[in-house]
Design a protein around this ligand. Structure first.
Ligand code: SF4
Length: 290
């Protein structure tokens, strides 16, 4: 069922307030317009699958989350691809994928510490039902928990995007987990190469996360050989349903994504997995704020 974004008294403030703090770019405004034409908000779906556990939070305190950016754009990947969404991009990551598409949060982390309540307020000023807590690795930051709880209490549909290496009882309507394959390993010999290899796979963490909410697993696929590794990985988590697995081409420009999609699409079909777009890159290129 198509449903429009929630109407609130705050809706008229949508961009003005956001612009004060963040770069809501021309392209992200365009994305909102495009989004309203395409998108299926899936509101009913989101609310029917609410089952994340509660936990005590530090809501009464005033504590910070380090964020790189907050912006309004289109979700480009996975089940909610095409959905108008607000993104809270935390900065800091315990991995260092060589192909990281948000190096400002990993290789060269940037951003500011902000009280989570202030972030909440800025998100709620934007009339958009879907909120994506992403990174970097958002689960590294404890205050992502009260932020997620408050967002859901406010009626927002929350997606948490994580690499599945950190366990934290965050609340989500969709737990979007992207376990990293060997194709992600840094190609140099820095200490990050060793740390990355040590930390990138955490089966127990992923098992816990998929129990906490509806989930999707997204694998970044670079070469056809990676597909065997995906199948092998999933043998370690037999409870994962194939139709919750998405294969996503590696790449940060539309041409290379299209090239990889040529062989990835039939392979995903053959294996019984979903094919994920990276629609934000197709639409806007690889730029911040989209
Ligand atoms: S896990 Fe994600 S944010 Fe971290 S380095 Fe890899 S791609 Fe970048």
């Amino acid at each position: 069922m198509m449903e429009s974004a929630p109407k609130s008294d705050r809706s008229r403030l949508t961009y003005k307030r956001a612009e004060r703090y963040y770069h809501v770019t021309t392209s992200s405004r365009n994305s909102m317009m495009l989004g309203s034409a395409w998108l299926d908000y899936k509101c009913d779906w989101g609310r029917r699958h609410v089952n994340a556990p509660h936990q005590r939070s530090s809501e009464l305190g005033s504590v910070n989350v380090r964020i790189a950016e907050l912006f309004h754009s289109i979700q480009g990947e996975g089940e909610f691809a095409g959905t108008s969404s607000i993104f809270v991009r935390t900065t800091g990551c315990n991995l260092r994928c060589w192909f990281c598409d948000s190096p400002d949060t990993s290789w060269k982390p940037q951003g500011e510490l902000r009280p989570w309540r202030e972030i909440l307020s800025d998100v709620l000023d934007i009339a958009c039902e879907h909120v994506v807590l992403t990174g970097g690795e958002p689960l590294l930051q404890p205050e992502i928990v009260p932020l997620s709880q408050a967002l859901r209490r406010a009626g927002r549909i929350v997606t948490v995007e994580t690499a599945g290496t950190v366990s934290r009882l965050v609340e989500a309507d969709l737990m979007s987990i992207s376990p990293k394959l060997t194709n992600s390993t840094p190609r140099d010999t820095s200490r990050w190469r060793q740390r990355h290899e040590r930390d990138r796979l955490r089966y127990r963490v992923v098992a816990k996360l998929i129990e906490s909410a509806r989930y999707q697993l997204k694998f970044v696929v670079d070469q056809p050989e990676d597909l065997d590794e995906v199948v092998q990985y999933l043998r370690g988590l037999p409870q994962i349903s194939k139709d919750r697995v998405w294969l996503m081409p590696q790449g940060i420009d539309a041409r290379e994504l299209a090239e990889r999609t040529k062989w990835l699409a039939p392979a995903a079909d053959h294996l019984g997995f979903q094919l994920s777009s990276r629609r934000h890159i197709e639409l806007f290129g690889h730029i911040r704020g989209t």
